[in-house]
Design a protein around this ligand. Structure first.
Ligand SMILES: [Zn+2]
Length: 516
């Protein structure tokens, strides 16, 4: 009897197994969409982005943001133009996110998975420059300019989420697509506050992007963590000649602090970077300054930064004692981690870079690129034609800079796409970059970047196994590198940052043409 049952059970099990096996063979190898369906979902997004009108539409938005050239925390026009475009496409936009007026989150769709794209739109001070010119020639001397291509990046991000939304609608793809409008990247301000406010808490994966001179992506640890802080000293005014002994110079406090930190350099681990500007140092030599401030960027690896920061504070305390002043405040503006790129995300982005390929450049565009390269003393080989391979992590630290995208990489799977559009050999944060992040060649780079991001987002939305593997990689990594904010308790985003500087130039910059 029992033997019969066993035989029957075995036979039944075999039938079930065969049925399941054949069922699974009929199913697509990954995800709920078949290959043809998946192809269709990408195709409709890519077709939308590829039309000439659309390349131009987003190109012009990017050029407007280039022209606004608004500094971090003051990007009112730049964020407004992106928000308007998203709302016209049916996105629900939450504004004033994480206590920052120019920070916003745009969402379309419902439920899981939630895929995000990051975008920035702030400019840099002092580097105003005419577009597409190969000699230094500012639009307004001393005014801000887009020397890091952030005008292209926010725009590429919205172009991508709009293309994805259109495909989700047409092909009935479930889930949510989201754009994270992130102000003040140049001063790495917004993301630590966005993370602290839980802005990314239900996101499954995030695609970051940065304008560049070629396509590229990579994974692993990159760049430096940074703590940005303003040290303010208080002293006593006096007649600098009549009775200097009655005064205590707050500027002495600042200068002694800088001397101390410059001696500190010798004993810091070589991964450090340390730099400052004096933001306030008195008004006239004949009045001993009673208030002076210095703004520091203290950079090192995630593991070393907090100890280095403490030593810089000790330099400030020592300087106060030596100068007879007081260290009045240490205002931490922001604190961010190194970038920890997710390998699965980077591999997915790389596959889509290879799918989309390099834009084709016209001879006229190549002429401009080569003339700028000549002016800068660089190799005159124009815009690139070959794609870069996937970048694996370096065994030694190669990048000293920082990005607040680092915060996002430690709380959700994230990797950065670099897209072309800038002239190879141009210098970042310099007039040559401002000159080249404008006009048709930059538009093509923006558009190619948007296509890679849209295709990547659609992969993540339609392939649960791919997204699951990426999330598993992140979960394992988080066990070794759990997230802990570098922001002190009660830290607030510095909303007044750049206000005066922007107000100083706004009229001169927009007086001539106040459109858009
Ligand atoms: Zn940048």
């Amino acid at each position: 009897m029992s033997a019969t049952i066993t035989r029957k059970t075995l036979a039944l099990t075999a039938i079930i197994c065969i049925t399941l096996l054949s069922f699974s063979q009929n199913k697509p190898d990954d995800g709920f969409l078949g290959k043809a369906e998946m192809y269709k979902s990408k195709k409709s997004a890519l077709e939308y982005l590829s039309s000439r009108d659309i390349v131009e539409k987003y190109g012009k938005i990017s050029d407007s943001i280039w022209y606004f050239a608004e500094l971090g925390m003051q990007e009112f026009r730049s964020s407004a133009i992106l928000i308007r475009t998203l709302e016209a496409e049916g996105f629900i936009v939450e504004k004033g996110v994480a206590g920052m007026p120019t920070c916003f989150v745009a969402s379309w769709g419902t439920g899981k998975p939630v895929i995000g794209i990051l975008g920035e739109f702030d400019a840099l001070p002092m580097i105003s420059q005419q577009a597409l010119t190969s000699v230094k020639s500012p639009v307004i001397a001393g005014a801000p300019g887009h020397g890091c291509g952030h005008n292209l990046m926010g725009t590429a991000g919205i172009a991508a989420v709009i293309a994805v939304k259109r495909s989700m609608e047409q092909n009935k793809i479930p889930g949510t697509i989201r754009f994270f409008g992130s102000p003040a990247e140049e001063t790495v301000i917004s993301r630590p506050y966005m993370v602290r406010d839980g802005v990314f808490k239900d996101v499954d994966a995030v695609i970051d992007n940065h304008a560049s001179t070629n396509f590229g992506t990579g994974y692993g640890v990159d760049g430096n963590a940074v703590i940005s802080a303003v040290f303010t000293f208080r002293g006593k005014t006096a007649h600098s000649a009549g009775a200097p002994w009655s005064g205590r110079s707050a500027l002495d406090g600042v200068e002694l602090m800088n001397i101390a930190t410059n001696f500190l350099r010798e004993h810091l681990f070589y991964t450090y970077r340390l730099h400052y500007v004096i933001t306030e140092g008195g008004e006239a030599p004949n009045v001993v300054p009673d208030k002076a401030s210095v703004w520091y960027y203290i950079r090192n690896t995630d593991e070393r930064i907090e100890e280095m920061y403490k030593r810089v504070i000790d330099c400030a305390k020592g300087a106060a004692i030596a100068s007879g002043t007081t260290l009045d405040t240490v205002l931490v503006l922001t604190g961010v981690h190194q970038r920890h790129g997710n390998k699965g995300m980077a591999e997915t982005i790389q596959r889509n870079i290879e799918l989309i390929g390099m834009p084709e450049w016209t001879e006229q565009e190549q002429v401009f690129a080569r003339s700028l390269q000549k002016e800068l003393g660089q190799k005159e080989d124009g815009y690139p034609v070959k794609l870069n391979p996937l970048r694996s992590p370096s065994s030694v630290q190669v990048g000293g800079g920082s990005s607040d995208v680092g915060e996002v990489t430690l709380i959700t799977p994230c990797a950065t796409l670099n897209f072309p559009g800038g002239v190879p050999g141009m210098i970042g944060h310099h007039w040559s970059a401002v000159a080249s992040y404008y006009g048709p060649a930059a538009w093509k780079g923006l558009n190619a970047g948007a296509r890679v991001m849209a295709a990547t987002a659609l992969d993540l939305l339609t392939m649960p196994k791919l997204l699951g593997d990426i999330k598993n990689e992140f979960t394992e990594y988080s066990k070794i590198h759990p997230y802990k904010s570098f922001l002190p308790a009660g830290a607030k985003p510095p909303l007044d940052l750049n206000r005066q500087l922007m107000e100083k130039f706004r009229n001169a910059m927009y007086g001539m043409d106040d459109d858009n």
